[in-house]
Design a protein around this ligand. Structure first.
Ligand code: 2HG
Ligand code: ZN
Length: 465
């Protein structure tokens, strides 16, 4: 054993297998990989392995297995649940997939894209766009987030109501298992019922069952016309009526329907000097529709006219240009960053049945006012798919874990989920165990044991091991 507590020649063997630049061991070099974006889960890594190929990933997993060393897979380092950072023992290895960033193939007719796990989400979008197609997973962190992390967390984003979660957009996967074997399921097929659909096990498993090294993603036709509108609404009930009107008039051309509270706009004003083009209102909706058929603008204008006339919307703006649409989107996308500048917050990534959103918000606000006076809800999110970020701004005197439980109790009353799109990571690991039925947790532990008997893949994430 060496001073690190790892077998003495272990790091040298990793280094030899990875080649020049493949292994970081210096504490200062490893430090940025050992803490999450929110800086809530500081850890310490024995080393950071940066493989450049699937074979190297398999070799590293094999060496870690022989030495009994745990591995923490990491992508773009944008997760909000501490799912990709090591613990504080200094005995875990971070496996960064960043060097495996190739775009291997684009098929604009078959509508598929094959990429490696370290490809940045925005680069995958750009490759689809260059082929005249759309890769529809989109969120504020897309400029850094990587495909491997997107798949490992089954991430959502702003287009889920039209195109589904990441799970709906993965056709094939290549995975390295805990025993170092490589399972190649990189099939570009729409229909494939030949046996178990095993890839689903790995999507959303946060690197605890296997390491995603490459994927075949589903592309969609790129809508020729896109219309983006910001609407001021008096309350969440009115927002629901706007959603119903948009569903009636615009059908499945609606691709985003985001709810933004007044508090979020205040944070944007304070920390990014960004102002809404509309006069202040308790809530806003950012709506986007897309179609390749003509007539979309008329249809969107019709919907806006109707909801304004009925008083469900108080004010509204329909973007006149791509630049104006991008400006509206940047208001929505910069909320997270402004919330971080504000100070401490307790994040909630919840979903409830869509019609229950107004009652959920009322109940959560009440629970907070009674149970944690002095806190302020900063609510925004993907109303069109039922997923809200009911984040709570807190002071030093507040107990974050208690606020978490308080809000999740309300989520339970509405038969919702405590993790809609960010995953469990370390942040929600106890809450998951507490809230899921024992049979579901027992099944999860059986899957974990079956695929990672020694518990070396991302231990302590999703499940307490
Ligand atoms: C979003 O919807 C992201 O912008 C981040 O999921 C949410 O900061 C958050 O809580
Ligand atoms: Zn979100």
């Amino acid at each position: 054993m060496s001073a690190t507590g790892l077998p003495s020649d272990f790091l040298a063997r990793l280094d030899a297998r990875l080649g020049p630049g493949g292994l970081l061991t210096d504490e200062a070099d490893c430090a940025p990989f050992a803490i999450d974006w929110r800086r809530l889960f500081p850890g310490r890594a024995a080393a950071v392995a940066r493989p450049a190929s699937t074979e190297q990933v398999a070799a590293i997993v094999g060496l870690c297995r022989e030495a009994g060393v745990a591995l923490v897979p990491q992508g773009g380092h944008t997760g909000l649940a501490g799912g990709a950072t090591p613990d504080a023992s200094g005995r875990q290895i971070v496996l960064s997939l960043a060097r495996m960033n190739a775009i291997r193939a684009v098929d604009p007719v078959g509508l598929t894209l094959e990429v490696e796990a370290g490809c940045v989400v925005q680069a995958a979008q750009a490759a689809a766009e260059a082929a005249g197609r759309l890769f529809p997973v989109s969120y504020a962190a897309e400029g850094s987030a990587m495909i491997g992390g997107m798949i490992a967390t089954n991430s959502g984003g702003i287009n889920v109501l039209r195109y589904g979660m990441t799970r709906n957009l993965v056709l094939g996967l290549e995975v390295v298992l805990a025993d170092g074997s490589v399972v190649d399921g990189l099939r570009a097929l729409r229909k494939d019922n030949a046996g178990y659909d095993w890839k689903q096990l790995f999507i959303g498993s946060e690197g605890t069952l296997g390491i995603v090294t490459a994927a075949v993603l589903r592309l969609v036709p790129r809508p020729r016309h896109t219309e983006t509108a910001l609407l001021a609404v008096p309350d969440p009930e009115a927002a629901l009526r706007v959603l119903a009107a948009a569903q009636d008039d615009l059908g499945d051309t609606i691709q985003a329907f985001e709810l933004i509270s007044r508090c979020s706009f205040e944070l944007l004003e304070r920390h990014a000097d960004m102002a809404s083009p509309l006069s202040p209102s308790p809530w806003c909706i950012l709506l986007e529709a897309g179609s390749s058929l003509s007539g979309l603008r008329d249809a969107v204008e019709g919907t806006l006219g109707e909801v304004l006339e009925r008083g469900d919307a108080l004010d509204g703006v329909l973007a006149e240009s791509k630049a104006q649409a991008a400006g509206l989107w940047s208001l929505r996308e910069r909320i997270t960053e402004c919330e971080a500048h504000q100070g401490k917050s307790v994040k909630h990534d919840v979903s409830v049945p869509i019609p229950a959103i107004p009652a959920f918000l009322e109940a959560a606000d009440r629970a907070l006012a009674e149970g944690a006076p002095g806190t302020v809800p900063n609510v925004f999110g993907h109303m069109g798919d039922g997923n809200l970020h009911y984040n709570v701004l807190i002071g030093a005197e507040h107990d974050g874990a208690a606020i978490n439980r308080l809000v999740h109790d309300v989520v339970d009353r509405f038969a919702g989920s405590i993790s809609a799109e960010h995953g469990i990571g370390q942040y929600r690991v106890d809450e998951l165990a507490h809230r899921r039925r024992p049979e579901e947790m027992a099944l999860a532990h059986r899957l974990k044991r079956a695929l990672d008997a020694d518990g070396l893949l991302n231990p302590g994430k999703v499940l307490r091991t």
